[in-house]
Design a protein around this ligand. Structure first.
Ligand SMILES: N[C@@H](CCC(=O)N[C@@H](CSS)C(=O)NCC(=O)O)C(=O)O
Length: 296
């Protein structure tokens, strides 16, 4: 296993983050407004930061892929969260048009409804490293665990373990600090969907675990944190932690009611599950036109 020591936040940055955390609300607000005056506005989110952000959609599986890059760094380093094999060429073309350098293709979990684009991206873009949680037991170049920090330029994503939809699900959260996007952004995968959540009936899923994950790791974030899920089936694009704490029809309930709801969803299995899971266990490196049950 390749550990992420080289990706961990430097002590220097960690100090800045913890100092900021200790400030009172009024001082934080003053600092944020000062920062807004001299940072580049992000391209398509409400954040004021050095971040370039794009939400991209794959319509067959209703999957969101997210592109993040640090525009202030000379290399404009970028990463993709949850790329889909079918839309890899689109993703590469936007990366090239914007002059970004794609360094990571990362997954929130082993998807069951589509094949990840990480394998194709690795074969088409030199130097890209695939990444997934160690707990997923999947193949990749790099593995993350709870508490790790993934750095792109001067921006970073914090890794929060949010098992329950699958055993290896993680949520990636933008950093907490003066120099990081405000409000924060949480890429929740299938743990938390807008007014919903991921199913828990296969891949080591557990409704009890999902309930605890969302409450302890996502609902504990600031209420203005933007929630960006891996899927939406109703046309929603973004929510906030505060909104989901108030209006999520499943996760606002007590744990017993939640478990009951999840046991009675009666969803049919994803159409692609028998192809997608074996392919995604090797981070999409497998040629899915061949027998997915055969080793590489
Ligand atoms: N019909 C789709 C699969 C839909 C589905 O099961 N979505 C999953 C996330 S992808 S494994 C889910 O957790 N849905 C929760 C919900 O409440 O809808 C297909 O055939 O691919």
């Amino acid at each position: 296993m390749l550990r992420l020591n080289h990706l961990r936040l430097s002590i220097f940055n960690a100090c800045k983050v913890s100092n900021y955390t200790n400030l009172d609300f009024a001082t934080k607000k003053q600092f944020r407004s000062q920062m807004a005056n001299y940072t580049t506005s992000s391209s398509s989110s409400s954040s004021s930061s050095n971040l370039l952000f794009r939400q991209l959609f794959e319509k067959e599986s209703s999957t969101y892929t997210y592109l993040l890059a640090d525009l202030t760094h000379p290399d404009k380093p970028a990463l993709l969260v949850d790329p889909v094999d079918k839309t890899v060429d689109r993703d590469i073309s936007i990366v090239e048009e914007l002059g970004l350098k794609l360094i990571y293709a990362i997954n929130t979990h082993v998807h069951a409804d589509h094949v990840t684009g990480t394998g194709l991206l690795k074969s088409k873009v030199e130097g890209v490293k695939s990444m997934i949680s160690k707990a997923s037991n999947s193949k990749a170049d790099l593995f993350v665990e709870h508490g790790d920090k993934i750095q792109i330029g001067n921006l970073f994503l914090e890794v929060r373990a949010t098992p329950g939809h699958t055993a290896g699900c993680v949520t990636y959260v933008t950093g907490d600090g003066l120099d990081q996007p405000q409000p924060r952004m949480a890429f929740t995968g299938d743990a938390l969907l807008i007014r919903g959540c991921g199913r828990t009936d296969f891949q080591g899923g557990s409704s009890s675990q999902l309930y605890k994950s969302v409450h302890s790791q996502i609902f504990s974030l600031p209420k203005d944190t933007l929630v960006y899920p891996a899927h939406d089936y109703k046309g929603f694009t973004v929510s906030t932690v505060g909104e989901e704490m108030l209006y999520n029809p499943r996760l606002t309930k007590d744990e017993e009611t939640f478990k009951n709801i999840m046991e009675n969803l009666q969803l049919s299995y994803p159409k692609m599950i028998d192809v997608a899971v074996p392919a995604n266990m090797v981070c999409g490196l497998q040629d899915v036109t061949k027998d997915p049950t055969k080793p590489l």
